[in-house]
Design a protein. Structure first.
Length: 68
């Protein structure tokens, strides 16, 4: 039997609600910045959009503005 290694915390995928809460931004501002190429595009899983937690941490670590 093969066991998958647990994901590292930064490999977790989070939804738009978590992105908005983490960055103190609205859903509309996130999607607007995606269209402008200023925010990472989501990973599509079925009909869901998810972002890597590591991408959010990079945004925070780089000191990018959290509020639009």
């Amino acid at each position: 039997m093969q066991h998958n290694a647990p994901q590292k915390p930064n490999d977790y995928l989070v939804d738009i609600k978590t992105v908005c809460n983490t960055l103190c931004r609205s859903r509309a501002s996130i999607y607007r910045d995606i269209q402008r190429g200023e925010f990472p595009s989501p990973i599509k899983l079925g009909g869901s959009s998810r972002w890597k937690l590591s991408d959010l941490n990079k945004i925070i670590d780089n000191g990018e503005p959290l509020a639009a």
